[in-house]
Write a protein that binds this ligand. Structure first.
Ligand code: S3P
Length: 197
């Protein structure tokens, strides 16, 4: 029998009921995808803490990500990133923004898939480039033409990001609108988790 809020298959309660998250929501995607901008808004909307994995890595290392790359190289950065994300995933549910390469590391990806709901913010090259070009703090974009680097990373990484639980397009539209789309996609995803196959 249909539930109380169910009118012709549409659950009338859905649109207004608050979304309660059973576990952390981890945002993945390339540099410039909007993981921090959307993540902060999403955390506000869900009433959860926002955590930026890159900030936590910098805090743990006592220096900037650019310095970690310079002094120790990318492999050491990835190992530190793995440790920090593993620790964060054991904390209470929150919105976690991860650096663009985190989900590409097989071990970090496995942890995220096991312990979080993963959301890929997918964006086109021009959108990404427009967002990253004003800031020069990203070590991977200092090696060569940033647009070419982004295009290469899209080819390498998009098939892997596509394994995320949820995919939302991050476009040039206002961040609040994209945040709304993430919330709706989360709602739909969590509903499918509840419904037995
Ligand atoms: C990286 C992305 C950066 C940062 C590091 C490496 C990557 O984070 O973790 O520079 O491999 O794509 P953002 O995606 O937040 O810029």
């Amino acid at each position: 029998m249909a539930g109380m809020g169910d009118i012709h298959g549409f659950n009338a309660m859905d649109a207004r009921s608050p979304l309660s998250l059973p576990r952390t929501v981890a945002l993945v995607g390339l540099m410039g995808a909007g993981k921090s901008a959307i993540g902060k808004r999403l955390a506000m909307r869900l009433g959860l803490p926002f955590v930026d994995a890159d900030d936590e890595i910098e805090r743990a290392a006592g220096c900037s990500i650019a310095e970690i790359f310079e002094k120790y190289g990318e492999a050491d950065f990835r190992a530190g990133e793995r440790r920090v994300i593993s620790r964060l995933l054991d904390e209470a549910p929150h919105v976690l923004s991860t650096g663009g390469g985190a989900y590409i590391d097989p071990e970090t990806r496995a942890l995220m898939r096991a312990k979080a709901v993963t959301v890929w913010l997918r964006a086109e090259l021009d959108v990404l480039f427009d967002r990253v070009r004003k800031r020069g703090h990203r070590p991977l974009l200092r090696n060569g033409d940033p647009k070419e680097v982004l295009a290469r990373l899209m080819t390498q990484r998009y098939p892997i990001y596509a394994e995320a639980n949820i995919v939302v397009d991050s476009t040039a539209q206002p961040a609040d609108r994209t945040t709304e789309q993430v919330i709706e996609a989360l709602r739909a995803h969590l509903q499918t988790e509840k419904t037995p196959a």
